[in-house]
Design a protein around this ligand. Structure first.
Ligand code: SF4
Ligand code: SF4
Length: 520
């Protein structure tokens, strides 16, 4: 019997009725309009590669991308209808640049640069291709895969962890992909191995996927690098912190990543996208999205292009959205969709549909009864009821001391709480405040450092001035601080000297400013 890895906390979910067509990939046709979004804080004026009314081909890059964002690509051939600022469709807190593309239904592609033997290319040039073809983490993190690979090389990782854990019972997109495209995922793993030079590949999968496990085992029989790790079926199992803890018993320290302790984690969909980018030359313009309809307990996995409005998908599947609530996300981590024109994004892995319940009042009791259920289920060993009390009372020091930043926002404490306390809403707000405090502290440190430099510089200028004049004693000088008022009354002509010092400081500041302007 193979060893099963486990983690503390978490909850066992009842299996949802298995459907025969659960792992069939359904194809969705092109809508008339696609909406592509770029976060405004990453957007720079020279990032756009297209203009209004321009004709585009499928896979054509729309932006250049920069250090913090990968380029985005057109999911269709057609033309650019508009480029505008939009702050409401996805999140009211963030501003986005929205590019609307009208499809011509011809699906004409750009010329793709395919690679037969990736081993003829250096890791650096392969990472560049992964960046240029817009590959990001598809498990929800949305982190640039090229950036992750660069960090992996720099930190000298030794193990690639293939995250094939989908613990939310509503989400089956990754299992669907594995059932249909397993050999391509293996090629993706080999490409990452070539780039990062890892010496082990661990495929982490949950115990209930028996067929898939035996399929993987037969495929890796002669491959020494690969090993299958079976994880207990519990929610949440897919977080990188939990996977590393289960496999190694090690905690990832706060502010660090699995890469820092030698483990490079990629979700299976991301590995598949890397394979498509390198071998087929295809940019990331589509993904599999799970669709779960709570009303008739039906599952579907659809291959859909990024930028397709969710409204179009629901209409195509004949789902009436007036009597339903549409959520992005699975059973545990989800948010209610307020605007059905929101498109499918690169990190959208599930859409769940439930009966309209907004008017049904929940039995609310916001008082913590100290039952301790939340402590038992927390997978990262936190004390949610304490965190709640500290957050509620704005006791930021205590929340920090109680490791609130380690919370993975898995939502199970909130789901299990008999008092229906919106725990995670409190935690998210508190984490936001902690980040602000951190930023503030960093700024203060920086200011203090600059202040010290300035003081030193002034002291040096003073020193050189007096040395030049040959009328100043060095011993006196070292005791001189510009912040401390000088009280030596014996000093002759002090006023004149101070005036000269100020003149000298002003002159050198003007010179530095001029030099800076020149360099700009
Ligand atoms: S589960 Fe809810 S009521 Fe029970 S201890 Fe935790 S926060 Fe308090
Ligand atoms: S949301 Fe945070 S505190 Fe609650 S169970 Fe998950 S990790 Fe623990």
């Amino acid at each position: 019997m193979k060893k099963k890895y486990n983690f503390s906390g978490g909850i066992k979910c009842l299996s949802i009725k298995e459907e025969l067509d659960k792992y069939i990939i359904y194809h969705i046709p092109n809508p008339n309009k696609f909406y592509m979004y770029i976060q405004h804080n990453t957007f720079k004026n020279n990032m756009l590669r297209v203009r209004i009314n321009q004709k585009v081909l499928c896979g054509e890059p729309l932006t250049f991308g920069d250090k913090s964002s990968v380029p985005i690509h057109s999911p269709t051939s057609g033309w650019i209808k508009s480029i505008e600022l939009d702050s409401h469709s996805i999140s009211s807190k963030k501003k986005y640049i929205k590019i609307t593309i009208v499809s011509d239904y011809l699906n004409q592609w750009i010329r793709l640069k395919k690679i037969n033997d990736y081993k003829l290319y250096s890791p650096k040039s392969l990472i560049k291709i992964i960046y240029q073809l817009g590959v990001v983490g598809l498990g929800g993190a949305h982190f640039s895969s090229s950036e992750k690979l660069i960090l992996g090389i720099n930190s000298k990782v030794h193990t690639l962890v293939v995250n094939a854990v989908e613990s939310d019972p509503y989400i089956t997109a990754d299992y669907c992909l594995m059932t249909n495209c397993l050999s391509e995922i293996f090629i993706g793993c080999e490409i990452i191995t070539w780039i990062s030079k890892v010496t082990n590949i661990l495929i982490v999968i949950q115990e209930d996927k028996i067929e898939l496990i035996s399929k993987i085992q037969s495929l890796i029989k002669n491959k020494k690098l690969f090993k299958v790790c079976i994880l207990k079926k519990k929610y949440p199992g897919g977080s990188s912190k939990i996977i590393i803890k289960s496999l190694t018993g090690k905690d990832i320290p706060y502010g660090k990543h699995s890469i820092d302790i030698g483990y490079l984690i990629f979700n299976v969909s991301t590995i598949y996208a890397i394979k498509k980018a390198i071998i087929n030359g295809k940019p990331l313009i589509q993904r599999i999205v799970s669709l779960y309809n709570h009303r008739n307990h039906s599952f579907k996995n659809v291959l859909i292009k990024i930028g397709t409005p969710i409204n179009f998908l629901l209409n195509f599947l004949k789902i009436n959205n007036s009597s339903n609530d549409i959520y992005i996300g699975g059973l545990f981590m989800k948010y209610l969709l307020m605007n059905l024109n929101q498109p499918i994004l690169k990190d959208t892995n599930c859409i769940s549909i439930t009966k309209h319940t907004r008017n049904v009042k929940k039995n609310i009791n916001y008082e913590c009864i100290n039952c301790g259920y939340c402590v038992q289920v927390c997978p990262v060993n936190l004390l949610p009821q304490k965190l709640y009390l500290y957050s509620k009372n704005n006791n930021h020091e205590k929340t920090k001391e109680s490791f609130i930043m380690d919370c993975i926002e898995c939502n199970i404490c909130e789901q299990i709480c008999p008092s229906n306390i919106p725990l995670v809403t409190y935690f998210k707000h508190e984490k936001f405040i902690q980040n602000q405090i951190d930023k503030e502290n960093k700024k203060k440190k920086e200011f203090f450092y600059r202040f010290q430099l300035r003081e030193k510089r002034i002291l040096n200028q003073k020193k050189s001035f007096y040395q030049n004049k040959n009328d100043f004693n060095n011993t006196d000088l070292t005791n001189t601080n510009i912040l401390n008022k000088k009280t030596n009354k014996n000093f002759i002509n002090q006023k004149q000297i101070d005036k000269n010092i100020r003149k000298e400081i002003l002159r050198s500041s003007i010179e530095r400013a001029k030099l800076k302007n020149k360099n700009l």
